[in-house]
Ligand binder design. Structure first.
Ligand code: SAM
Length: 282
């Protein structure tokens, strides 16, 4: 028989031994999920005795975390912008960096009552297109992905959208998808240089889908393919917003300019790294 407080202390020690810095915080997240309690309730219920199955579940969560599995996959959710999204191993875990793209859309299109058509290329969990459509209640959109499993996850998250007929998810390749009908294109394609794999945390490299993160040609190949395809599907005035990685602002700007796009704005993330680039088709 073990209390929530004792379980927390054991779990936190185990994670600490594995070098997990926020071990107590993470153990709390796991136990709160098992007990289905808030922060406040956890304080008042810390002497509560865990049932055998609750303790087993807690131990299995701790073991998964010890094996560097991200908390978001263990709990099957991650907060992004204003919602909580279902996630599993088929999708990238939504990152705060990607919220820069939502902020940029809002700054470029201040009139939220506009009726626009958005497309999200490489939608993953659907977090980006869903957050955008929840800001623009009269607009509609499509999220596409090459991964069948990711599309299943995105469809599950469709419940987060107010008036969900406005949103569809499709299995498609963003190098050839027909984009002419869309006013705004957003995309966070895989953009990490494959050589970077050795410098990255196990949490990412061991558990998140490789195809969602890494890209050839120093991480730039998908920008090239998407931009060429947008150029082929030429639509004057169409806006495109990309999330970009460290050192990619110049090459991606050049690709856009060489394909008759005008750069409108570049926005940094919280660490001061240019994270989102917006352009308009001339
Ligand atoms: C970096 S993740 C972004 C996921 C999500 N938009 C987000 O910001 O959290 C890139 C996504 O692009 C998808 N993808 C990779 N290659 C693709 C292709 N050729 N066509 C369509 N989607 C692709 C991956 O499956 C992955 O879900």
């Amino acid at each position: 028989m073990i209390s929530a407080r004792e379980a927390l202390s054991i779990g936190s020690k185990k994670l600490n031994q594995k070098g997990i810095i926020n071990s107590l915080f993470e153990s709390k997240l796991l136990i709160k999920d098992i007990l289905q309690v808030s922060d406040e309730d956890l304080i008042s219920s810390s002497e509560i005795i865990l049932s055998e199955s609750q303790y087993e579940k807690f131990n299995s969560f701790i073991n998964r975390r010890k094996n560097s599995e991200p908390i978001a996959y263990i709990l099957n959710r991650r907060e992004f912008w204003k919602d909580s999204f279902y996630v599993n191993k088929s999708t990238l875990i939504p990152r705060p960096d990607t919220e820069t793209v939502v902020e940029m859309v809002l700054s470029l299109i201040p009139d939220k009552a506009k009726k626009l058509k958005f497309v999200d290329l490489g939608t993953g969990s659907g977090c980006l297109i869903i957050s955008i459509l929840n800001e623009y209640k009269y607009s509609e959109g499509i999220g596409i992905d090459i991964s069948k499993e990711a599309i299943k996850v995105a469809k599950k998250n469709r419940n987060n959208v107010s008036n969900k007929q406005r949103l569809d998810f499709k299995l498609a390749d963003f190098s050839s998808f027909e984009t002419k009908e869309f006013d705004v294109v957003v995309s966070n394609p895989p953009y990490v240089n494959k050589n970077e794999i050795y410098n990255m945390q196990f949490d990412v490299t061991k558990h998140e889908p490789y195809e969602a993160i890494f890209a050839d040609e120093e991480g730039l190949i998908w920008y090239k393919k998407i931009i060429q395809n947008l150029n082929k599907n030429h639509k004057c005035g169409q806006k495109v917003l990309f999330e970009i990685g460290l050192g990619q602002v110049e090459p991606v700007s050049n690709m856009l300019k060489n394909n008759d796009f005008r750069i409108i704005k570049i926005k940094d993330d919280f660490s001061g790294i240019p994270r989102c680039i917006a352009a308009e088709k001339i």
